[in-house]
Design a protein around this ligand. Sequence first.
Ligand code: PGA
Length: 250
Amino acid sequence: MGKYVIAGNWKMNKTPAEATALIEAIKPLVKDAACDVVVGVPFIDIPAALEATKGSNIGVAAQNCYWEKSGAFTGEISADMLREMGVKYVILGHSERRTYFGDTDATVAKRVRGAIDAGLTAILCVGEYLEQREQGITAEICAMQTKIALEGVSEEELKQIIIAYEPVWAIGTGKTATAEQANEVCAQIRDVIAGLYNQAAADAVTIQYGGSMNAGNAAQLLAMSDVDGGLIGGASLKAEDFATIVAAAK
Ligand code: PGA
């Protein structure tokens, strides 16, 4: 895995046929990417996405997974199931999961453990609500979310973690954090990693920014010292826009 990772988070968008079409459109545009490229698709689109990305430089991510390997958990999907299919990444702890579906720091930590044990790379999302930023507790919130999610994760296992800093107020709102705001928090999260592990581990970990990153603002955000990529929602649904962001990640 390279340091720079641009991942699309398609959320609940695209049918399998539409997923194939979008990936076919993205593929030629990103084939010479200098970064790792990932598409995070709905569970039902995974077979189509794996087929469409076969032999390409695009990895496939799921948008969640359950922590148990199997059992009486109606409606859930395990990390082992994803892994067996050929999925390499899983987005965990996205703010929409936390806000609408009851994910907590504790259950995100269990999902991270399940993903690591299955051999997946977890894209761990952390970020503050607007009120928390206004209270001046952004650093504490992100540190707490990061520490709880990484509880029990060894330095070796940290290689299976990407952190996505996503201020909740910037997600889907068109209100992007400034490059300075994004960089400040990404650097704070890196310091947290240095405290939990060591500086070398912190320097090696990929920390993405997410929240209304688009073709127009990506270059500025990705040029910052502590921003190692992006988790892209809306703009990842348009092949040209997504490719422009990928091209900005060097
Ligand atoms: P957005 O979503 O780019 O549409 O703001 C980002 C995300 O939720 O990961």
